[in-house]
Design a protein around this ligand. Structure first.
Ligand SMILES: [Zn+2]
Length: 189
């Protein structure tokens, strides 16, 4: 059984957001279109992840310093803010469950997340539904998509990444991330 993991398609990661990727909105619409046209039964479940920050330690650049866009970032995806909402072009009626990550620490991988309102981890939730394989898409290729795909491999799932349905922070970073994913056995489709 296969699940789709839709990573961090949130306003702050789309054009106009505090950490917008160039292709973010395009990917939001493309994921919705993709889910409407895949054959019934392609996915046993579709889950979304959200970056969801309350006080994430050193994840935000300190006030008065510039983010390095590698380990420190502009303030983004504050829990409950409009920036943390799913992009409006992502049809959230297609998402069965949401997993939140990063409340008090940097968390790039969806596998660091927990089911909204509970402590259940993504890996446990997927296994409870007999999921053996996952497809991954979303934002950003070079950070949270990469981390989620690598953790999915480490958790023992068969992993594909839907490369056209991913948006990078930088094109070069996205290309390197795809290479790293392929190296550990992720199938790029
Ligand atoms: Zn974050």
């Amino acid at each position: 059984m296969r699940a789709l993991i839709v990573v961090d398609i949130q306003n702050d990661f789309c054009p106009g957001g505090s950490l917008g990727t160039a292709r973010g909105a395009e990917v939001a619409a493309a994921v919705s279109a993709y889910l409407r046209q895949v054959p019934d039964g392609s996915y046993a479940t579709v889950v979304g992840t959200k970056d969801w920050h309350i006080d994430p330690a050193g994840h935000f650049a300190a006030e008065g310093t510039a983010p390095d866009f590698d380990e420190t970032w502009p303030v983004h995806c504050l829990a409950g803010s409009a920036g943390a909402d799913p992009h409006p072009d992502l049809d959230t009626s297609l998402i069965d469950a949401w997993f939140l990550k990063g409340e008090y620490t940097a968390a790039y991988s969806g596998f660091e997340g927990h089911l909204e309102g509970t402590e259940e981890t993504l890996a446990a939730w997927l296994r409870a539904r007999d999921i053996t394989d996952v497809d991954v898409c979303g934002i950003a290729t070079d950070f949270c998509v990469r981390a989620t795909a690598l953790d999915a491999v480490a958790e023992g799932f068969g992993v594909r990444v839907l490369s056209e349905l991913c948006a990078p922070v930088t094109p070069g970073g996205g290309a390197v991330a795809f290479d790293q994913m392929a190296y550990v056995g992720v199938e790029l489709v």
